[in-house]
Write a protein that binds this ligand. Structure first.
Ligand SMILES: Cc1cc2nc3c(=O)[nH]c(=O)nc-3n(C[C@H](O)[C@H](O)[C@H](O)COP(=O)(O)OP(=O)(O)OC[C@H]3O[C@@H](n4cnc5c(N)ncnc54)[C@H](O)[C@@H]3O)c2cc1C
Length: 226
């Protein structure tokens, strides 16, 4: 399919990864999973890629697949209408009418989503003399277990391609398995106990805060933060 146009309000492609540039901004799941199965990279620096790397990846992949020629930047869609007449006449134009506004601005507004808060707060805490966090409802948080990828591992991934496949397949399989496990009430308590033990070990001197950090929902009912 070549007869299409992507209207983009920003002045660059990348969407979320273009707009969000706060300290600590990174992919919330392993990059081997988040990146496209047919465009796996051997040179990610971390298991959870940073926003900078994500944006570069998206630019590189879109260049490779010739996507930018279909994107009109700085074009905000104001309205969209479906036109049945054009569809019936089999017009070569899509049966959709857009009202577009040209816009030249960059937007980089901080988000208050807690998935982003778990990334930005540790970064701010490194330099802030005091940091106050307002929380509406507690979420389950599990350790991210991020790590940098060594040169040796990158070489292995480059020269031994089944390893790249495994790096994506194993976390995929684990996630699928864990899903069945945590949604089964017979087993989910074991997981919850483990998460709570981990949380308490992180803030051992503040037992008065433990309750505020304990989600009221079963594990997996709302997004688990890493
Ligand atoms: C810090 C962060 C980490 C994240 N991590 C993960 C993760 O690990 N896993 C996961 O699955 N998801 C994650 N997300 C969610 C993320 O938004 C999605 O993964 C993904 O970016 C969604 O892609 P999208 O194309 O649907 O939306 P977006 O990336 O938001 O792209 C939408 C595009 O539409 C454009 N647009 C919007 N309105 C208009 C308009 N009226 N006219 C013209 N253009 C318009 C926007 O400018 C943008 O470029 C994360 C989000 C953030 C902020």
């Amino acid at each position: 399919m070549t007869d299409f146009l992507v209207l983009e309000k920003n002045s660059g492609l990348g969407g979320t990864w273009y707009e969000n540039r706060y300290p600590g901004c990174a992919c919330g799941i392993r990059i081997a999973l988040y990146s496209l199965s047919f465009e796996q990279r051997r040179n990610w620096t971390r298991d959870y890629a940073t926003q900078k790397e994500m944006l570069k990846y998206l630019k590189d992949v879109s260049q490779k697949w010739n996507v930018p020629r279909y994107i009109r930047l700085n074009s905000t869609v104001l309205e969209a209408h479906w036109d049945d007449h054009k569809l019936q006449r089999r017009s070569r134009f899509p049966p959709m009418a857009f009202r577009v506004q040209s816009s030249r601005h960059t937007s980089s507004r901080p988000t208050s989503l807690c998935a982003s808060a778990v990334q930005i707060v540790p970064e701010l805490a490194k330099t802030a003399s005091q940091l106050t966090i307002y929380q509406r409802s507690p979420k389950w948080i599990v350790p991210r277990k991020d790590r940098s990828i060594s040169r040796a591992e990158k070489n292995l991934l480059t020269w031994f391609s089944p390893l790249r496949w495994l790096k994506r397949a194993v976390p995929m399989w684990l996630r699928e398995s864990v899903h069945a496990y945590i949604t089964n009430p017979d087993y989910s308590q074991t997981q919850i106990d483990w998460v709570l033990r981990w949380m308490k070990a992180r803030v051992p001197n503040k037992p008065e805060g433990w309750d505020a950090l304990t989600s009221r929902y079963p594990l997996g009912c709302t997004r688990i933060l890493v």
